[in-house]
Design a protein around this ligand. Sequence first.
Ligand SMILES: Nc1nc2c(ncn2[C@@H]2O[C@H](COP(=O)(O)OP(=O)(O)O)[C@@H](O)[C@H]2O)c(=O)[nH]1
Ligand SMILES: [Mg+2]
Length: 218
Amino acid sequence: MVVPVFNECAAVGKVLDALRSRFRNVVAVDDGSSDASWDAIRKTAAHALRHAVNRGQGAALQTGTDFALARGARRIAHFDADGQHRVDDLVAMALAVAKGDCDIALGDRFAGNSRIPPMRAALIRLAALMHRVTSGIGLNDVHNGLRVLTDEAARRCELRSDRMAHASELIDLIARSGMRVKQFPTTIEYTAYSMAKGQRASASARILLHYAVGRVFR
Ligand SMILES: Nc1nc2c(ncn2[C@@H]2O[C@H](COP(=O)(O)OP(=O)(O)O)[C@@H](O)[C@H]2O)c(=O)[nH]1
Ligand SMILES: [Mg+2]
């Protein structure tokens, strides 16, 4: 379980407690927060790691993944620290990967009970279409932070995009990895907290642009 954390002291303690009630190995990565997140995760995470400066969600996920793989983890999950994901959804996905139903489980907020802000939904659909065209991969929700990968899949999908463009980079890596992917219904809680703090719709547009430019110049 890798939990990227950036200035989430109000939410992260509860999220880590919920995760630890169901999973043994929770790795929280404080991404150079300026609030009390570090104190919160040191108290509640099984493994607390810290970036000295803010590097972005992609970098935080890769730091946690490298740590888990080095310690022999056989499955890696990504779970946001802001309370937007449900632990029950993760349990279903982790079970499917453990049983060998797929190598990579991706959350699909369009199949869950999420009340997705319309602009957000439109941009995710657009990003999904872009991936369909560029790599032929047919997914609904390409920017969902809830994922489970086998160790092999995690090794094949090493993230180089430090910031939010990692979500699109990962879809590309998955398309090329030849691993078996499945989507699972997940509910994203759009609370006042997450909406105030999380990415605005414009961030999805930025991710798209950032990613498209990166693709052209690669
Ligand atoms: N915004 C942001 N989130 C980060 C960063 N590093 C780690 N994170 C964590 O990444 C997760 C998702 O971020 P969020 O802004 O909520 O994205 P959204 O859910 O897609 O709107 C949260 O757990 C953040 O704490 C960072 O540099 N910026
Ligand atoms: Mg969020």
